[in-house]
Design a protein around this ligand. Structure first.
Ligand code: C6P
Length: 411
């Protein structure tokens, strides 16, 4: 990996003043910033390459189509998928997970069970809840231990021959917990369940090998891994994708249309109806190139190191509660915390006034908030372009915030 200074020079967003202070951006779990090669590619696309793909017979159309399809191969390489034809472009993780739930990968009947975890983001919970309500299936939750780890005994207890789907996040967007996907998929498959992985916080932040995971469907978003918004991926085992049906019918996903019937393109193109986010795909390709140049293993190590330092610094403050696993290896770059009884939004506002951007609230994980017994948390999330000085500055700012409110008898 390049030096942090060299890396930061590639991210113009990071170089700005916020509320009179140099901006410290620690909301990377919400979305990461974009490096110059991605920004350049988007500009280049709209200035010189903007044609529709898979349609035109002219040279520019062929070149842009080839570029678009090359990104599919790049994505496959990044996640070690056996074939680029198992990569479906979507709007993002949310859309990909909706396809996983409603695309016919599994058909449920009353009494069947869907197993999710308490730490799921709403995008990997609400679709399953709706599917359960429509089919008469039962949605069950695997609990989380006091230190923020998936309760393995509870998982084994709840997994049964009735379980038809196990839907789990690779890493939690609140606790930072890294879940043992390979082990989960192995025993879930033994029980005959479909395994769906929400990898929104994993891809680009840790080495992901879908073959090693052994899951059936994996979803992730481009914007959380240096790419543009509005582009994401549903990876699926070929046989699983083959038994799914498109959720959007229309242009470009067809093979032939008569007055009476339509035949569809093969997987994955049958899932990409209408004009796609071509610029998004091309930007995603550049993001992957950038990540691979830095080295995904090195990125993971750096983000874990920064998060561990942050968590340790915050834990040392008398009023601060840090959520999630203590061990650096079991967590990614996310650190959620609260300061005494202060409202998370008040803390985030105080940090914003000091130039630091963090997220506060339920983080689209209300079931987890209920489990933690809080209405929300503050959440700082690092990327490999953050510095130790920034992390230390946040700890100092939290300490000042704590002292400020204490002076007025709050917190
Ligand atoms: N989490 C966060 O601040 P989309 O919005 O479709 O790109 O990703 C949804 C999603 C699904 N799963 C997980 C684990 C996620 O973290 C997210 C997005 C952001 O935590 C925005 S809510």
């Amino acid at each position: 990996m390049q030096s942090v200074d060299a890396v930061r020079a590639d991210f113009p967003f990071l170089n700005q003043i916020m509320n009179g202070h140099p901006l410290i951006y620690l909301d990377n779990a919400a979305t990461t910033q974009k490096p110059r090669p991605v920004l350049r590619a988007l500009r280049q696309y709209y200035t010189q390459e903007n044609v529709n793909v898979h349609r035109g017979g002219y040279a520019r159309a062929a070149a842009t189509t080839a570029e678009y399809e090359e990104v599919r191969t790049r994505v496959a390489h990044l996640i070690n998928a056996p074939s680029a034809r198992e990569v479906v472009f979507t709007k993002g993780t949310t859309e990909a997970l909706n396809w996983a739930a409603f695309g016919g990968a599994v058909s449920l009947k009353p009494g069947d069970e869907i197993l999710v975890t308490v730490m799921e983001h709403h995008s990997n919970l609400v679709p399953w809840q709706v599917l359960a309500a429509r089919s008469g299936a039962v949605l069950r939750f695997v609990e989380v231990t006091a230190d923020g780890i998936l309760d393995w005994a509870d998982f084994q207890r709840k997994l049964s021959a009735r379980t038809r789907v196990v839907a789990v996040s690779a890493t939690s967007n609140v606790l930072g917990t890294v879940n043992p996907v390979t082990a989960i998929a192995r025993i879930a498959h033994k029980a005959g369940a479909l395994v769906v992985v929400d990898a929104a916080q994993a891809v680009g932040h840790m080495p992901v090998d879908v073959q090693k995971w052994g899951a059936d469907l994996v979803a992730f978003s481009g914007h959380k891994m240096l790419g543009p918004t509005g582009i994401g991926v549903l990876w699926g085992q070929r046989a699983v994708l083959e038994r799914m049906h498109p959720l959007e019918y229309g242009g470009e996903m067809i093979s032939a249309v008569t007055r009476d019937e339509t035949t569809f393109k093969e997987v994955p193109w049958c899932f990409e109806g209408g004009t796609q986010n071509i610029a998004g795909v091309i930007g995603l390709g550049k993001a992957i190139q950038y990540l691979e140049r830095q080295g995904i293993g090195a990125i993971q190590a750096r983000e874990q190191q920064l998060a561990a330092r942050l968590a340790t610094g915050l834990r040392a403050l008398p009023q601060v509660t840090v959520y999630g696993p203590v061990s650096g290896k079991q967590r990614n770059g996310v650190v959620a915390f609260n300061v005494g009884s202060l409202h998370a939004h008040d803390v985030a506002t105080a940090l914003d006034a000091q130039g630091t951007a963090v997220r506060a609230g339920h983080h689209c994980a209300q079931v987890l908030m209920k489990h933690l017994g809080v209405s929300g948390t503050v959440r700082a999330s690092v990327a490999f372009y953050n510095t130790t000085a920034e992390v230390d500055a946040l700890v100092a700012q939290v300490e000042r915030t704590e002292a400020f409110f204490k002076k007025y008898g709050m917190g």
